[in-house]
Design a protein around this ligand. Sequence first.
Ligand SMILES: Cc1ncc(C[n+]2csc(CCOP(=O)(O)OP(=O)(O)O)c2C)c(N)n1
Ligand code: SF4
Length: 375
Amino acid sequence: MTTSTTATTAPQQSEGRTRFYQVGSFAVGNRLLPEVRSLQSSRERNNTLTSGHRACQGCGEALGARYVLDAATAAAEQAGGSLVTVNATGCLEVFSSPYPESAWRLPWLHSLFGNAPAVATGVAAGLRAKGRDDIRVVAQGGDGGTVDIGFGCLSGMFERGDDVLYVCYDNQAYMNTGVQRSGATPPAVRTATTQAVGDAPGNVFGQGKDVPRIAMAHEIPYVATATVADLHDLERKVAYAMSLHGPRYIHVFVPCPLGWGSKSSHTVRIARLAVESGLFPVFEAEHGEVTGVSPIRRQVPVEDYLVLQRRYAHLFRPTRDEQTIARIQAIADRNIRRYGLLGHPDAVPVLNDEVTGAASTLGARADLNDAPKED
Ligand SMILES: Cc1ncc(C[n+]2csc(CCOP(=O)(O)OP(=O)(O)O)c2C)c(N)n1
Ligand code: SF4
């Protein structure tokens, strides 16, 4: 993440202009800045993931991880203890720990790609054996490390009842290795391994895994979904999860500008549209039962979400793929029904539309012109 360049948030520069770690790429770091801290190092925050990492500008995963681990650390410290985290291989691990540097300011272990839940189980067991119930364990990984290669370890961790909070940062593909499809990649998405060619371009419909619901089926103490569009909600869920014991799971929706072909300034907006369209339902569940949802207040058609991302560009150019857009809208509609997302008295339902049965309540279709252009 870069430091802000606005007048109020820019770091105090004593040696001239801000220097960037890399120029002309998505990777911009500030670790070469003089020893002057920006607002991201506010004394009110733990700043567990601090300046100097190499995430792309606008990386949702960096934003989400920072808020998750700051909230988890704060919760552990308020209880008189501390936190240790285990990190699966993936973008988050790579951009935060280029040897010999680290952007982490807490005890942090790098596991393999596929065994973060098992390593976290071992850490928790070791702490238990030493009688250290003051030290809490958080494990984290991307969607590939979680829903694919790490899934067996994760299910075992749930089933055994291990005292670990596991957080999945879902950017819907294997970003670290070049945007390959994962079991969390949505239908129709173009990735390096699901090209936008043929009769059914992009990722196929009807495959993949809904891990929050699979976690609920384990009837563990707590399962929640969240996005970087509502960081207070994310912090609250982490704090609540930390007040519980046993296996807990939080699935965080984190847009990836590089892999999704979106503007870095659209990360939070895209996350909000995913929620407001119904494509990413935000809910909490305890012991297998849904206990709360974040209702949609101003429903938008899925198109408003899709047009801002080049990975969906083939649905709009050279001609609109009405059928596929309607199928994606049907997924959102099913989520809305499944979780009762329009049950809130303030909710604004979508209006009619000749294609998808939906119409923007935000006027976001004007953003068709604002969408990233195809390569
Ligand atoms: C056994 C094994 N297979 C493959 C890899 C290469 N690898 C490292 S990270 C990664 C993808 C990570 O994807 P994800 O978990 O979704 O995290 P992201 O990078 O998207 O944050 C892959 C394939 C590996 N490290 N180990
Ligand atoms: S590729 Fe995506 S997940 Fe990885 S650092 Fe860049 S924006 Fe973040």
